[in-house]
Design a protein around this ligand. Structure first.
Ligand code: ATP
Length: 905
């Protein structure tokens, strides 16, 4: 055994597996994205996702085969190598068979003529024929064995060298070359005994003899009484006196039925032909054998049934493929029941030798048999060649040549590299056999590059299943170089059956254990499973990479959206802080700072206004708090209880029962007296607060329903339209119905951060009727900023309205509005007319009619005589069409101006 391994170590045969060319992986999307300029600062703060190691996966390297020195270093483990080359032996038959190895030829009936199997009876006839044949053959040998018995040199005969210029060929890499002088015992010890020992340890194996007809296959397998072959020698080893195992023996042959079909015959019984189901032979009889004698007798009887025939090449040529199986059963002390699936089987196959039609001269049935034999040999060789090519290039599929013959179907596992197999090539050394020998060596010598994995698993596993699964990836033909620790963790997580992941140290430790335990752990099935697992994992990795790429794209989109939301949030926070600041100022200014609702604030403001009016000498200018009613939408209902003109508001009309009083009255005895700064701020903040509380739309309107009530009203200007609640805008009207004309010239100026530069700006909080909801709302019109903050009827909101939609009126807006007013209407003309505005609500549109515009229009058509005209039906219905264009507010304003003029006079 050690000698054999030492020779294997010296074997020059090495396998060179080409590595796939280095492929450059494409840049990952993450890498590309990292190159893109970051449009947001927040994106740079996002955690970077490590790129998937697809580049490493694609650049996997195929590790070289483990050097044979590893096996030599541990002889006891050499037989357990997970992957070993197919052992191919070569035996050269002597030119002149020794006398001891002569065959016994019976009658010419191939079925009844026994093959050279023991016990045999010598036949003088056969011996004479052999001698005659040997005399005809050349005594020259065409094959020469090297000194190391691992290679041979095949030299063509001189005629072939001269005519076809064929040169000598060297075939090397054989496990051992048995020369013509080798004995059966030597062959057994070097070739078969390892198989038998493994078989006794529970490992299956198969020995197959290949070679041209008459080359000594049958002689090697079965031998003769004087020179017992491998089978009897193996039986002698198997049935040693201390053998405790139970063995079963079966023999069958596969031959052709007149060259048309194949049939399987059980040589241990006289039953009908057998059938094959997949790779199993149905109905094959197993005979339990207890000793060598029983086994030899059984085999001898079986060989008597084997199909043989005399040909020109061999007087006793095998016409069938003969397979003998020795199965190791359970221990003799165990129960009778036995499970074949767990048993080790030693198979020895004696193939029929390929024949050359010219040499054999077969005709008829013999020719059909020859075709069957040659076909089977060809299929057998194709299977091995396909296996070899598949192992060289895994991408090349393993061809299913085994389906083309019963023999290869039966030996499928061996021919696909799943079980260990040993080949013995037999050749004849004569020059006349050069072509047969050359053909066989050319065909079969590459088989020695075929690899087989370890046969059986041992119970003493060094790694548990989980460790093995985790580490098996590192031992795969294509190793995944996962340099990224995270990837290693993912790898372990996928393979591991628990959440507990092995760290790097454990992986290294287990890897070492795996190398040691690999011979016991691995077999061909495991290798196939690992290969499949590798392919599945690789496909999974690619699919995962695709999914990650898609998610990365989505992540980038979400990131941009997130950035926009953050910007909006930042703006909202800014606005919120400003509003809170204003609210704080408002509360600080409000006498009753505890009120949180708009209603309370308005009430307080109204109270302040009323008190101011009282302080200003007004008789009655206040708010009936009891009539203030805020609905859920900040609907304010208020009536001026003190003003006879206001009180005539129709109670049933909700649109007109909202009356909040203006704090300033220009026409009061203390005309021109301005509100204290505090009150102005309060009003301004009320507006602002209303705006922030969805009291966004503050509009002026014409109230045609109450021309009288509107008479003498001065609408506070200062429209602030909220950007979000335009439709639900509400209005509040501060009015002073005691005043014929209530005017606020400088009210609500400043208010801190609202009107710092617009101390002259006037705010009018007016009643607003929502035509859609019929709910009064707040409307505050800035008379000084009409053009900037209010809209004429029918005027649509444009892009510039964005500024007006801002609840916080900026200084810029005020200035801009003032500039526009200065252009449209001279301030000198407007200011006297802003003392009193009476705007009628205009349905259905909720558009503001800027007071300034109204004043300008009215003043341009002002006729003092109109004021003296009788006003029937509210002074509106009798107006002509052009005059109807004048709103009641303008009429009231004109009257106010008139009265002022009278008072001044
Ligand atoms: N190594 C050997 N030493 C002596 N005689 C041998 C040797 N090998 C074969 N012979 C003799 O050569 C003859 C043919 O051998 P054998 O029948 O085994 O060939 P084979 O390969 O089985 O042929 P076939 O394929 O036609 O059955 C036999 O008579 C056998 O005794």
């Amino acid at each position: 055994m050690r000698e054999t391994e030492a020779m294997e170590t010296k074997s020059p045969s090495t396998l060179t597996i080409r590595r796939n060319p280095y492929r450059k992986a494409r840049a990952t999307p993450l890498t590309v994205s990292s190159r893109l300029p970051s449009h947001s600062t927040s994106s740079s703060k996002l955690p970077q996702i490590s790129s998937f190691p697809i580049h490493d996966i694609l650049s996997e390297e195929i590790p070289p085969n483990p050097p044979p020195t590893v096996a030599a270093a541990s002889p006891s483990r050499s037989q357990d190598m997970i992957s070993e080359n197919l052992k191919v032996y070569l035996r050269i038959r002597p030119l002149v068979p020794l006398k001891s190895s002569t065959k016994i030829v019976g009658d010419q009936n191939p079925r009844s003529r026994p093959k050279n199997v023991w016990p045999q009876v010598s036949s003088k006839k056969n011996s004479v024929k052999e001698k005659k044949i040997s005399k005809k053959k050349s005594n020259e040998s065409c094959i020469m064995v090297s000194d190391d018995f691992h290679s041979v040199t095949l030299s063509p005969p001189l005629p072939l060298q001269e005519t076809k210029r064929i040169k000598s060929e060297v075939y090397e890499g054989f496990s051992h070359v048995f020369s013509t002088e080798s004995t059966q015992t030597e062959v057994y010890e070097k070739m078969v005994n390892p198989l038998v020992e493994d078989f006794l340890r529970g490992k299956s194996g198969m020995l197959a003899a290949l070679g041209p007809t008459g080359s000594g296959k049958t002689h090697t397998v079965f031998g003769s009484p004087r020179e017992p072959g491998m089978v009897p020698l193996a039986l002698q080893r198997i049935f040693k006196p201390d053998q405790e195992w139970r063995f079963y023996l079966s023999i069958f042959e596969i031959c052709t039925e007149r060259g048309k079909s194949e049939r399987i015959s059980d040589l241990t019984s006289d039953g009908p032909d057998l059938s094959m189901q997949q790779s199993a032979i149905k109905g094959l009889q197993e005979v339990i054998v207890n000793d060598v004698a029983e086994a030899e007798l059984l085999i001898a009887r079986a060989l008597l049934k084997r199909s043989t025939a005399m040909t020109n090449s061999n007087s006793q040529s095998s016409r069938s493929q003969c397979i003998i199986n020795i199965r190791r059963g359970t221990n003799r002390s165990d129960a009778e029941t036995d499970e074949q699936s767990n048993s080790a089987i030693l198979s020895i196959v004696d193939l029929a030798g390929a024949e050359r039609e010219k040499r054999t001269g077969n005709q008829g049935v013999r020719l059909a048999e020859s075709n069957f034999i040659n076909n089977t040999s060809m299929v057998f060789g194709l299977c091995l060649r396909s296996l070899l090519e598949h192992q060289k290039n895994p991408k090349k599929a393993l061809q299913k040549h085994f389906q083309n013959s019963l023999l290869t179907r039966y030996l499928r596992d061996y021919l696909e590299g799943k079980k260990r197999m040993t080949l013995i090539l037999t050749v004849k050394s004569g020059e006349e056999d050069y072509l047969d020998t050359s053909y066989l060596l050319r065909q079969a010598s590459p088989y020695m590059k075929i690899k087989f994995t370890t046969i059986e698993a041992q119970p003493n596993l060094l790694c548990n299943k989980r460790q093995f699964q985790t580490l098996s990836r590192t031992e795969q033909p294509k190793r995944m170089k996962l340099g990224n620790p995270d990837a290693s963790m993912i790898e372990g997580k996928i393979v591991g059956d628990e959440n507990q992941l092995p760290n790097e140290g454990n992986l290294t430790h287990c890897s070492a254990d795996l190398k040691n335990s690999r011979p016991q752990n691995m077999n061909s099935d495991d290798l196939m499973k690992r290969e499949r697992t590798h392919q599945i994992t690789q496909s999974f990795a690619k699919a995962l990479w695709s999914v990650l790429k898609q998610h990365n794209e989505k992540l980038k989109v979400a990131e941009s959206e997130n950035q926009i939301l953050r910007e909006n949030l930042r703006n909202e926070k800014k606005r919120s802080s400003e509003m809170q600041k204003e609210l704080k100022n408002l509360r600080s200014c409000c006498t009753c700072s505890k009120g949180n609702s708009v209603a309370s604030i308005v009430v307080k403001v109204a109270e302040n206004f009323e008190s101011m009016l009282h302080l200003g000498g007004q008789t009655s200018c206040g708010i009936d708090e009891t009539k203030l009613d805020f609905d859920s939408s900040y609907h304010i209902k208020s009536e001026c209880s003190s003003s006879p003109r206001i009180l005539d508001s129709t109670p049933g009309e909700d649109q007109t029962n909202v009356k909040v009083y203006s704090p300033d009255c220009k026409c009061s005895p203390e005309k021109g007296k301005h509100f204290p700064r505090q009150q102005q701020d309060i009003c301004s903040q009320v507006i602002s607060h209303n705006t922030s509380s969805n009291l966004s739309g503050l509009e002026c309107f014409d109230d045609k329903q109450e021309p009288e009530a509107m008479d003498g009203f001065d609408f506070l200007d200062g429209q602030v339209r909220g950007s979000e609640e335009v439709a639900s805008s509400q209005s509040i009207c501060f009015s002073n119905d005691n005043c014929q004309s209530c005017q606020i010239l400088e009210s609500f100026a400043g208010a801190g951060n609202i009107q710092d530069n617009s101390s002259e700006s006037n705010y009018a909080v007016t009643e607003h009727l929502d035509p859609n909801s019929d709910v009064p709302g707040f409307a505050v019109s800035n008379l000084g900023n009409d053009s900037g903050t209010s809209k004429l009827p029918g005027q649509q909101l444009g892009e510039n309205d964005e500024d007006s939609l801002d609840p916080v009126v900026s200084t810029k807006d005020v200035e801009h509005s003032q500039q526009q007013d200065a252009v449209d209407v001279p301030e000198s003309e407007i200011r006297p007319d802003t003392s009193c505005n009476s705007l009628k609500k205009e349905k259905p549109k909720r558009r503001l009619l800027p007071a300034s515009s109204i004043l300008v229009r009215e003043i341009s058509t002002f006729d003092a005589d109109e004021l003296d005209k009788p006003r029937g039906n509210g002074g509106v219905k009798n107006l002509d069409a052009p005059e109807r264009q004048r709103t009641q507010g303008s009429i009231s304003l004109l009257r106010l101006l008139k009265s002022n003029l009278h008072s001044l006079v």
